[in-house]
Design a protein around this ligand. Structure first.
Ligand code: NAG
Ligand code: NAG
Ligand code: NAG
Ligand code: NAG
Length: 336
């Protein structure tokens, strides 16, 4: 063999070896980077799934019953999960007031933009106002992201709305790894959220996960002046169980059919976060994990504007009760 040819052969072998090393190190990096490791949650009360374990929980739910409403049905029922047979990473269900068309438009163009890993639907009941009802119908035809149920959309019916969301996920999006229930006046840092779920939790999902801003020892409001006034007939104890602030609650998929099943047979209580993430969660024995440092507080919003995201730090979702201007404002402060 000529000297030149041998050198050429050796070079090819060397390249092969280098290529193999590179491929293995990439695989190793991929494996370790997607191996579940919780970085910022100090006291996790849930477990993470790996590539080989899945949770199989049967949906035992009467489709046409919603708590004590016996002729329930979805008036509008989009199917955004249908084209994802192996399951989305995250399904976001947003309790929305039918009148809040503007909030929905802002969410669609900011944090709620659809991705292959994440879909968004808005939960709505039947508006009492016929004009609004027609607007919702039109909006749904245009955007295909409204889930509507046949209960009257009034404030005291918000637990129906929440449980309808659980029902919709259990029946129509049962393979999403995580489910985020929010209100329509908050910001979700969707990029950070995706990163958090896939890298710090697990891309394969979790088990027994209910994570949120956790509220403890909350006193039941009895004063007639309170928006949250509750009579002793409605709720007899003086304190609520530990529960999640309802404006943003992260569930793992396995929790959804369990909450749904128990909620369907538990007497109605109108404060949905107390009822679902307090009373029902205790019944099914799932603890709530605080997301503490990952929640953008009202006071951090100004710091975010002035000093930028480096100062505030990464967050997964923002404070409640925002105006649409504020939602746009916060979203524009987060780097793309
Ligand atoms: C996932 O499987 C591993 C072993 O394959 C096991 O140790 C772990 O407990 C499982 N996790 C869950 C949440 O079931
Ligand atoms: C119904 O909604 C429309 C549009 O928002 C509003 O103009 C109208 O006043 C409402 N009607 C009633 C009876 O509240
Ligand atoms: C809904 O859409 C129809 C057809 O485009 C239109 O005629 C009607 O005015 C719209 N209704 C409302 C309430 O926006
Ligand atoms: C809540 O919805 C149910 C079912 O549509 C209805 O019967 C009930 O009157 C509503 N509640 C209120 C307070 O309007």
């Amino acid at each position: 063999m000529a000297e030149g040819q041998r050198e050429k052969l050796e070079m090819i072998t060397l390249h092969k070896i280098l290529f193999t090393i590179c491929a293995f190190s990439l695989l190793y990096k991929y494996y370790t980077s997607t191996t579940p490791n919780i970085v910022r949650i100090k006291d996790p009360k849930f477990s993470l799934l790996g590539p080989f374990n899945t949770t199989q929980i049967k949906v035992e739910d009467n489709y046409n019953q919603l708590i004590d409403v016996n002729e329930f049905n979805f008036i509008i029922n989009p199917q955004p999960c249908k084209n994802y047979p192996s399951g989305l990473l995250l399904m976001i269900i947003i309790s929305s007031n039918p009148n809040n068309h503007e909030n929905r438009m802002v969410i669609r163009s900011t944090w709620g933009r659809n991705h292959d890993s994440t879909k968004v639907v808005f939960l709505i009941g039947e508006p009492e106002n016929v004009t609004v009802s027609n607007q919702v119908k039109n909006e749904s035809i245009k955007y295909g992201d409204i889930v509507q149920g046949n209960f009257v959309d009034v404030y005291r019916n918000m637990t129906y709305k929440h449980v309808m969301g659980l029902k919709w996920v259990a029946h129509h999006c049962p393979k999403a790894k995580y489910v985020l229930k929010t209100d329509d006046d908050i910001v979700v840092n969707s990029r950070e959220m995706t990163h958090f779920l896939a890298r710090e939790l697990s891309p394969w999902g979790a088990k027994d996960l209910i994570a949120c801003q956790v509220l403890e020892n909350a006193k039941v409001q009895r004063s007639t002046k309170s928006k949250w006034k509750v009579t002793t007939e409605e709720y007899s104890s003086d304190y609520y169980p530990t529960y999640c602030a309802g404006w943003a609650i992260l569930y793992s998929q396995d929790v959804i059919p369990r909450l749904l099943k128990t909620a369907q047979s538990t007497p109605y209580f109108w404060i949905d976060d107390v009822h679902i993430t307090g009373v029902i969660a205790e019944k099914i024995g799932v603890a709530r994990t605080p997301l503490s440092s990952l929640i953008l507080t009202q006071s951090s919003v100004n710091k975010l504007k002035v000093f930028g995201p480096k100062y505030v730090g990464p967050f997964v979702f923002g404070p409640p009760d925002l105006s649409t201007d504020k939602i746009i404002d916060i979203w524009s402060s987060i780097p793309a």
